[in-house]
Design a protein around this ligand. Structure first.
Ligand SMILES: [Zn+2]
Length: 172
């Protein structure tokens, strides 16, 4: 405890004393050391508790827990597009394994999961060498969701291939 000196703009820069941990009426937070250091410590603690970790580590944990491979490229793209909640710190993404599992539908190891549209779409892609060549594009976690899988299931193979080749060429 104690009071910390502060040149308050509301007092024409006069030095006032604010109790540690409290906020001055100008909004200044009285903390020892730099305010950012205190904030960083609190955020670190919170992130540890919520299990935020680097993208690569989060993918590793998510695939270990679900028993299914989790591609970090899929996850990083989903993070960039805001489809998986994540924090960007510089160039590093911090993500929760739980969030990845929830978003990619990796829960439900207990019991037999229902065969989703995605699984059926994947089966179609796996059954065709031509489609499989563009498997990454076709089976990407597109924002359209079920609408996309229904299309993959119902469209002509030629139509899907044409689309996949175009997307593939544009993404280079
Ligand atoms: Zn003040």
């Amino acid at each position: 405890m104690g009071y910390i000196a502060h040149s308050c703009p509301l007092e024409d820069g006069e030095e006032v004393f604010v109790e540690a941990g409290k906020t001055c009426r100008c909004g200044w937070l009285a903390v020892w050391g730099e305010a950012e250091e205190g904030a960083v410590d609190q955020i670190k603690e919170l992130m540890d508790r919520l299990e935020f970790t680097t993208l690569a580590e989060a993918c590793r944990i998510a695939s270990e827990r679900s028993g299914r491979p989790v591609a970090s490229s899929t996850v990083s793209q989903a993070c960039r597009e805001g489809r998986i909640p994540a924090l960007a710190v510089g160039r590093t993404w911090l993500v929760r394994p739980q969030a990845i599992m929830g978003r990619l539908g990796l829960y439900g190891k207990r019991g037999r999961p229902p065969i989703s549209l995605f699984e059926r779409a994947r089966a179609r892609v796996n059954g065709s060498e031509d489609l499989l060549e563009y498997g990454d594009v076709i089976l990407y976690d597109w924002a359209e969701g079920d609408e996309h899988w229904e299309w993959v299931l119902s469209a002509d193979e030629g139509e899907i291939l044409e689309w996949a080749r175009r997307v593939d060429a544009e993404s280079v």
